[in-house]
Design a protein around this ligand. Structure first.
Ligand SMILES: [Zn+2]
Length: 253
């Protein structure tokens, strides 16, 4: 089985769960990981998700009771500020907090998970950016909320882009291509003929991050296609099914 470790990301294999971690956050005491299918076929939605999350939290030294999970991700541009574990966010696609100990969670299989930390104001965000959320600029909406709620300055922010559908596997038609052409200055699109195109959605998220004022060298890209690694990462286009990976970020208390 391929080890997915690269310069921005470390592949951790344990006796009960496999996950990807982003060492850039270590110096701040922030846990930022992508819990993947791994060797145990771990699944983080639907029935049985609590068992998976308990195993994961135990491994990470986090309190299961501090998980903040979105009840229904809806491919929106809605971001919610969370101040306590009782928040129970329902229909949204991004969470922000500055409360240590709270574990912000989003679930993905091909959509782009984005984890953000503001080391000055000690605030975090977790963004679920599928193609619909990407063309709605949810990551910009989230940074706007961090500016408003916590006084964040975009050039301080550290961002990790977790594994998602790569350009090589993201075959789309005009219903997806046209919004990207409309919403981005430099969408990376390849014409396959017969009305089919490949789009690099991660590149468009990076364009948004840079336009929002995030420094290019503070963007840590996993450079990993979920569909290429579908034996280890849940991917709707790679292995179908309703299973999901879980992206987590938490300021350790
Ligand atoms: Zn691929």
């Amino acid at each position: 089985m391929k080890n997915l470790t690269n310069q921005n990301m470390q592949h951790v294999l344990t006796d009960a769960v496999d996950y990807l971690r982003f060492p850039v956050f270590d110096q701040f005491g922030v846990v930022a990981i992508d819990a993947i299918k791994g060797r145990y076929d771990s699944n983080y939605v639907g029935d049985g998700q609590d068992a998976s999350f308990r195993i994961l939290c135990a491994e990470l030294g986090l309190d299961f009771n501090n998980l903040v999970r979105i009840e229904q991700q809806v491919h929106s541009d809605i971001c919610v500020r969370v101040d306590s574990v009782d928040a129970k966010p329902s229909e949204c696609d991004a969470l922000v907090t500055n409360v240590p100990g709270l574990i912000l969670v989003t679930r993905e299989a091909d959509c782009i998970p984005i984890l953000i930390y503001d080391p000055i104001n000690k605030a975090i965000a977790n963004v679920h950016s599928g193609w619909r959320g990407t063309v709605k600029h949810i990551v910009v909406r989230t940074i706007d909320m961090m500016k408003r709620e916590y006084g964040s300055s975009p050039d301080d922010l550290i961002c990790a882009l977790l594994p998602s559908i790569g350009m090589d596997h993201f075959v789309v038609h005009d219903d997806v291509r046209l919004p990207f052409l409309r919403e981005f200055m430099e969408p990376k699109i390849q014409d396959l003929g017969n009305g089919e195109y490949l789009i690099d959605a991660v590149e468009s998220v990076k364009e948004d991050l840079r336009n929002a004022g995030v420094c290019a060298n503070n963007i840590y890209d996993s450079n990993t296609c979920a569909a290429c690694e579908a034996d280890q990462i849940h991917s709707c286009r790679g292995n179908a099914g309703a299973k999901r990976n879980a992206a987590l970020i938490c300021i350790k208390d």
